[in-house]
Design a protein around this ligand. Structure first.
Ligand code: PMP
Length: 417
C-alpha cells in the first residue's frame, strides 16, 4: 500500500529537519528541578529552565493539601464542570484567586492554555452563541480582536476559535494600536496583551494600553501568566505593579508558574465569567482540574500571600543574575526572572545549551515555532529556589562559554532589549 500523501509530506519534512540537526531530542529528566535535576543519562545539573518561580510545590503544606485531596477525591474528576466535575474545591480556589487578583469573579480551567482559549473566544463569541442557541438579543456588531504580535500561541488559538475579525499590532506599540482602534471605532473590540512576555521577559506597556483602550471603548485583556505571584507590591501581578489595579477588566493567570501547580484562571466581572462558563470551549468541553491540583494551589496561594519573603528571595536572585550579566556586557530585555540570551540561529541556541549542559547547567534553547528562526535564544529563568552559589556558578559558566565560543555570545551582547 502506498504511503498516504499527508504522511509522506510529513516524513520528507522530518528527514530534512533531522538531517540538519533541527529536531533536537527532548531531554528527559528523572526528577523535577529543586533546582537540581537528575537527567535520564544519570548526570545531575542545575536547571534554569523552570517557570516554577517560587518553588511552592516543594513546600510540605502544599504537598500535604494535595495528598489529602487525593485521598478524599482520587486524582481525576473525569468530567467537565457542567457535567458533574464541579468540585467544591474549585469554587473555593476561584473565590480565593479572585480576591487575590482583586477581580470580582474567577473561572478555573484545566490548563493556562485553555484559560486563554476560554477567555478570548468566550468574550468574543458568547453573545452571538446566546442568540443562536437561545434567541437572546443579537450583539450590536461583529467583534474584532486586536492582539500584540508576540502574544502566546493560546491567545492566537482563542482568536482563531472565535468568529471575530483578527488584527495584530506591533509589539508593545500603543500608538499603532490607537491607529488600528480608530478604524474599528464603534465595534465590539477586545485588545489582548501579556503582562510579561514569556519568550522576551519584557513587560507590556500597560499604562499606555489602558489609556488607549479606555479612550476607544475597547476591552483590555492581560494574560498575566508570568506576572501573577511575581510582580506588584502584593504579588497580584502586573496591573498592581503599574498602579492599575481595577483598570484591566479581563485577566488570565496560570497556576503552573508562581503557584507551582497546574491549571489556569480567567478573571473578570460576574456576568462575563457566567457567560464564559456557559459558552467557552476551553471550559465546557474538557474535564475539570483534579482536586489535588486545586487543593495544592489554594495552599500555595495562601503561602504566597502570607510570606512576602519568598518573593523577595526571587527578586534578590533576579538582581544577582542580571547584575552579573551586565558585568559581562549582556543586557537582556525586561527586568524580571525571564532572562533571554539572544543567539540568532536554532543551531547557535542549541550549541549554547549543549556547552552549558556539559558544564552542569541546563538552560533551554528556544527555537521555532516558539520564536522566528533568526530570533532563537536561550531562555534562563531564575527562581527563589536558586542559591547564590548556583547563580554565580551559572554566570561563571556563561563567561567560560563566552571565551570558548565568542561568536555565540555576540548577539546576546549586542541585543539592546
Ligand atoms: N500564557 C503564557 C504567556 C505562557 O507562557 C503559557 C505557558 N508557558 C501559557 C499561557 C499556558 O500556560 P499553561 O502552561 O499553564 O497551560
Amino acid at each position: 500500500m502506498n504511503t498516504p500523501t499527508l504522511f509522506s509530506d510529513l516524513h520528507v519534512a522530518h528527514d530534512w529537519l533531522a538531517g540538519r540537526g533541527l529536531l533536537p531530542p527532548e531531554r528527559r529528566s528523572e526528577t523535577l528541578p529543586t533546582p537540581l535535576v537528575r537527567l535520564h543519562d544519570g548526570s545531575t545539573v542545575v536547571s534554569f529552565c523552570s517557570n516554577n518561580y517560587l518553588g511552592l510545590n516543594h513546600r510540605p503544606e502544599v504537598k500535604a493539601a494535595a495528598t489529602q485531596a487525593l485521598h478524599e477525591h482520587t486524582h481525576a474528576t473525569s468530567e467537565s464542570r457542567r457535567l458533574g466535575g464541579n468540585l467544591g474545591l474549585l469554587g473555593q480556589l476561584e473565590y480565593e484567586l479572585a480576591e487575590f487578583k482583586k477581580q470580582p469573579s474567577a473561572l478555573i480551567t484545566a490548563t493556562g492554555l485553555l484559560a486563554n482559549i476560554a477567555a478570548v473566544h468566550g468574550i468574543l463569541d458568547a453573545s452571538e452563541l446566546a442568540r443562536r442557541w437561545y434567541g437572546s438579543p443579537p450583539p450590536s456588531s461583529h467583534p474584532v480582536v486586536i492582539y500584540d504580535e508576540l502574544c502566546h500561541r493560546s491567545i492566537q488559538m482563542g482568536a482563531r476559535e472565535s468568529s471575530a475579525e483578527r488584527v495584530r499590532f506591533r509589539h508593545n506599540d500603543a500608538e499603532q494600536l490607537a491607529d488600528i482602534l480608530a478604524v474599528y471605532i464603534g465595534r465590539a473590540i477586545l485588545v489582548v496583551t501579556e503582562g510579561v512576555f514569556s519568550m522576551d521577559g519584557d513587560m507590556a506597556d500597560l499604562p499606555s494600553l489602558v489609556e488607549v483602550c479606555d479612550a476607544h471603548g475597547a476591552v483590555l485583556m492581560v494574560d498575566d501568566a508570568h506576572g501573577t505571584g511575581v510582580y506588584g507590591a502584593d504579588g497580584s501581578g502586573t496591573a498592581n505593579h503599574f498602579g492599575l489595579t481595577g483598570r484591566v477588566p479581563l485577566q488570565v493567570a496560570t497556576l503552573s508558574k508562581a503557584f507551582g501547580g497546574m491549571g489556569g484562571a480567567v478573571l473578570g466581572d460576574e456576568r462575563t465569567i457566567a457567560m464564559l462558563r456557559t459558552f467557552s470551549s476551553g471550559y465546557r468541553f474538557t474535564s475539570s482540574l483534579p482536586a489535588e491540583q486545586a487543593a495544592a494551589t489554594i495552599a500555595a496561594l495562601r503561602i504566597l500571600r502570607s510570606e512576602p519573603a519568598v518573593r523577595e528571595t526571587l527578586w534578590d536572585n533576579v538582581r544577582r543574575l542580571r547584575t552579573g550579566l551586565a558585568r559581562m556586557g549582556i543586557h537582556p530585555p525586561g527586568d524580571g526572572p525571564i532572562v533571554p540570551l539572544h543567539m540568532g540561529t536554532p543551531r547557535a541556541a542549541a550549541k549554547f545549551e549543549e556547552l552549558m549542559l556539559d558544564k552542569g547547567y541546563w538552560c533551554v534553547a528556544v527555537t521555532p515555532p516558539a520564536v522566528s528562526p533568526e530570533a532563537c535564544r536561550v531562555r534562563l529563568t531564575v527562581s527563589a529556589m536558586h542559591s547564590s552559589e548556583q547563580i554565580d556558578g551559572l554566570l561563571e559558566r556563561i563567561n567560560d562559554v563566552s571565551s570558548q565560543a565568542p561568536a555565540l555570545m555576540g548577539l546576546a551582547r549586542s541585543y539592546a532589549g
